[in-house]
Design a protein around this ligand. Structure first.
Ligand code: HEM
Length: 504
């Protein structure tokens, strides 16, 4: 009897699964028909059930710093939109601006980030890891802190840039600028966010601050690993990562406590709001944020999210830009000409914004070496991409519930049909006329567009100008390699940025 029941239950289960599968197929077929969808091209791969061979191929390319060129080639071979399977999941990859616009903007509500599991242990549930109502709340909380006044503290920046300049040799000796840029941006970001810099560019005894910088670097590399593992992440544990997260959150929590205690010294909300800051009239991001919420976890999550979003990205922009400048003496000389108009004065916020050639250089750097080189979203309901299906790739494509859609800006920005036959070349002058729209959005677009765009361009632009002013001369590359990727959450140069500044 019991045996009969088990057999019956098993049979019912199988029938249920078959019926569910049939219903899902019918549902998707109707939806596809309704929207005129056609299948996207299939990426040729050995096996599609687990997609392990593709995973291995990508891991290998990634370890050899050639994942981005591999993506460019795949698109050249298979079109602007194609489907594949990796780690048991079918994904769609696209470099069609219309599709990217649909994912990030027009059909924004049909997608989620899909990175909360990978980044959660470090960042909790801040702006960088949340979706829906929680994300809306984070965004509303943080947005007021990114107005012009708050992001134009060039004195704070100058303090750290001066530490950087002190480490750049003036006698023509070779220096790798890349690690210096990473130290600059953690120093300035912690100063701006916490009110106290970790001082990694200084020869001081701030052991805990420096440990924070080291642990933060390590934890970031781990979250990238976790993100790449996809659903297999649940089988991956690293005790060192757990400890790093604990340390980072405790260190940040210390500043949160300090900000909350400081704000608590005010008698009324009105008094508190009148007071712009604590540290010698300086704006401290955390202190401002703590006027809006006193929840310690929220403050820790948000402040770490901003640090994560803003630190490496700006360092990568600076590194990639100097990598290109060192290989384009004519661009460097033209930039020097523009900087010379300042007559040796340090630039103000508005002056920086007026420097057109500087802006073209940064735009071109972000086009050719997009700091966020690849990105993705996961569909939270069945939806449609406007193009990419059928033999000519012009029909809509169906996206199933739970399906990841990825897009590689690095490959999109190299499309010769969009940027011309010289798309692979570094030419800031193209920005005299280029108005790219969704063909080039290094700061993303739509409701989740980067909150720190102006902050980043100010910091990077200021640093570039100050290096030109302080070190000047000729900029020589001391490295034979072409640019290759070093991919974390942001992408910089695999071989670093080894240069020398010589007289001339
Ligand atoms: C060159 C420098 C930078 C680049 C290229 C860049 C690029 C981006 C991109 C592509 C996104 C969208 C990510 C996604 O939705 O998956 C983003 C989001 C974000 N960025 Fe930036 N970013 C830079 C610097 C900064 C800085 C300096 C800050 C803050 C100080 C910042 C804060 C943020 C925040 C908070 C988000 C999340 C916005 C949201 O989800 O609503 N970024 N950034």
């Amino acid at each position: 009897m019991a045996q009969h029941t088990i057999i019956l239950l098993a049979a019912a289960g199988v029938v249920y699964l078959i019926l569910r599968n049939i219903c899902t197929r019918i549902y998707y077929a109707r939806l596809a028909h309704h929207h005129g969808c056609k299948p996207a091209r299939l990426l040729p791969q050995g096996e599609r059930v687990l997609g392990l061979s593709l995973f291995k191929e990508q891991m290998k390319a990634s370890m050899e710093a050639r994942l981005l060129p591999l993506m460019v080639q795949r698109h050249r071979d298979n079109g602007n939109t194609f489907k594949g399977s990796i780690m048991g999941r079918e994904f769609i990859t696209t470099i069609e601006p219309e599709n990217i616009k649909a994912v990030l903007s027009t059909n924004f509500k049909d997608y989620k980030l899909g990175r909360e599991d990978a980044l959660g242990p470090l960042l909790g549930r801040g702006i960088f890891t949340s979706d829906g109502a929680r994300w809306e709340h984070s965004r509303a909380l943080l947005r007021p802190s990114f107005t012009r006044d708050q992001i134009s503290d060039l004195d704070l920046l100058e303090t750290h840039v001066s530490h950087l300049l002190a480490l750049i040799p003036r006698d023509g000796a070779t220096v790798d600028l890349q690690p210096l840029f990473f130290r600059l941006t953690i120093d300035s970001a912690t100063h701006f966010l916490f009110g106290e810099s970790v001082g990694s560019l200084l020869d001081t005894d701030n052991k805990v601050g420096k440990a924070f910088a080291t642990q933060f670097n390590f934890a970031q590399s781990e979250v990238v690993k976790r993100h790449r593992l996809g659903p297999m992440r649940r089988f991956y544990r690293n005790k060192q990562f757990d400890e790093a997260c604990e340390f980072i959150r405790a260190y940040t929590g210390g500043f949160v406590d300090k900000a909350l205690a400081y704000n608590a010294t005010f008698k009324s909300i009105q008094d508190l709001e009148k007071n712009p800051t604590s540290e010698k009239e300086r704006y401290v991001f955390l202190q401002e944020l703590a006027k809006q919420t006193i929840d310690k976890n929220t403050l820790t999550d948000e402040i770490l999210s901003i640090l994560m979003a803003g630190r490496d990205t700006t360092a990568c922009l600076l590194s990639n830009t100097f990598h290109a400048l060192a290989r384009h003496p004519e661009v460097w000389m033209k930039l020097k000409g523009e900087v010379a108009h300042l007559d040796g004065r340090t630039p103000g916020y508005e002056e920086l914004r007026q420097m057109k050639y500087l802006k073209y250089i940064m735009n071109e750097s972000l086009r050719l070496y997009p700091v966020v080189a690849g990105n993705s979203r996961v569909a939270v309901r069945p939806t449609v991409l406007p193009v990419g299906g059928g033999a000519d790739g012009r029909s809509p494509v169906l996206v199933r519930l739970g399906q990841p859609v990825s897009f590689f800006a690095y490959a999109l920005h190299r499309r010769t049909d969009l940027f011309g036959p010289d798309a692979d070349e570094f030419k800031p002058e193209r920005w005299e006329t280029l108005r790219p729209g969704w063909t080039c959005t290094p700061f993303s677009g739509g409701p989740r567009v980067c909150l720190g765009q102006q902050f980043a361009l100010t910091e990077a632009g200021y640093t570039i100008v100050r290096i030109v002013q302080a070190v000047g001369g000729k900029l020589e590359s001391r490295d034979e390699h072409d640019w290759a990727e070093k991919m974390g959450l942001a992408t910089c140069s695999f071989y670093g940025v080894k240069v020398g500044f010589v007289e001339g």
